[in-house]
Design a protein around this ligand. Structure first.
Ligand SMILES: Nc1ncnc2c1ncn2[C@@H]1O[C@H](COP(=O)(O)OP(=O)(O)O)[C@@H](O)[C@H]1O
Length: 285
């Protein structure tokens, strides 16, 4: 299809430029050391060229990809690009295209590779114009077809596969809230699950909004029980094979979330061999 090949060409061009852009700001020394130290043996190429990380987050709906991808992107100085956000932005512009998208998304189905690649190409091109180097992708690739396209156009250094006990996923999605004014993300679910086979209990406290956001909370239209169950089914059918795709290429880092953010974040940094800035600050104090 002509549209599809043009999108892939754009995508390829944007990715190549992202890789080779020499005009962007130099990577701060401290960050460069952190990036070099991150995930030893997993980095696709030497970071001396100034390129920053090109990482992917995989994981079921509700696992917390957005939370951890966004925190890591701030730490590593790369954009956090969530294809779900790109889709929601497109949904916010009324018209026949957003009606077509809403029909798909609100039933928990995946939008076509062609649409998603078009949205992502555009986002990468905009980033390239702003001098962005590297990225953390969240929610892409979600099919083997998307993984093959991505593999064909750029080097992915590392794929972080976040895992959480299945019982927690539905509750996490149903508890998700966003402040319609400031855009902050919260979760009202309080999860406390018995340990499996004598293992530790899993406790995930709610992430409650500050008082000024309380009356402005909204939930995503696709975070209803029926739609989340369909999204989980679609993940198992179409996205789980992507884990194997990257495992076979030696790029997959499996990370079992032990609990909520305060417990999981330092352990994730440790697994990535990234120095915890919070620990550093308290040690220096
Ligand atoms: N890479 C993709 N391919 C196809 N559809 C996508 C992709 N990324 C996002 N979408 C669409 O946007 C919806 C929301 O995505 P996202 O916010 O990543 O959800 P989740 O919380 O299920 O991980 C998906 O259910 C799907 O309809």
């Amino acid at each position: 299809m002509a549209g599809m090949s043009r999108a892939i060409r754009n995508f390829a061009a944007a990715s190549r430029r992202t890789l080779t852009a020499a005009s962007g700001p130099a990577l701060p020394k401290e960050a460069a050391a952190r990036v070099r130290a991150a995930a030893p043996g997993r980095m696709g190429r030497d970071q001396e060229d100034g390129r920053r990380v090109q990482w992917v987050f995989l994981g079921c709906p509700g696992v917390g990809k957005g939370t951890y991808a966004s925190r890591l992107s701030q730490l590593l100085g790369v954009p956090h690009i969530a294809t779900g956000d790109l889709v929601r932005d497109a949904l916010a512009t009324p018209g026949p295209f957003s009606n077509k998208l809403a029909e798909i998304v609100n039933h928990g189905k995946l939008v076509s590779d062609e649409i998603i690649i078009n949205l992502l190409s555009r986002r990468l091109e905009e980033g390239e114009e702003k001098g962005e180097l590297g990225f953390i992708l969240d929610g892409f690739p979600r099919t083997i077809g998307q993984a093959e396209i991505l593999e064909g156009v750029t080097d992915i250094d590392l794929v972080i596969n976040l895992k959480l006990r299945e019982e927690a996923l539905l509750a996490k999605c149903l508890g998700r809230r966003m402040c319609s004014q400031c855009g902050g993300n919260f979760n009202v679910a309080s999860i406390d699950i018995e340990g499996e086979d004598g293992g530790p209990r899993m406790y995930m406290p709610p992430l409650l909004p500050p008082p000024q956001c309380e009356s402005k909370l909204i939930a995503r239209a696709d975070d209803t029980e029926e739609v989340v169950k369909e999204r989980l089914r679609v993940y198992h059918d179409l996205t789980e094979p992507v884990e194997e795709f990257y495992r076979a290429r030696g790029k997959l880092l499996e990370f079992n979330l032990p609990g909520g953010i305060p417990e999981s974040w330092p352990k994730l940094l440790q697994a990535l061999n990234i120095e915890d800035p919070d620990n550093k600050r308290s040690a220096a104090a």
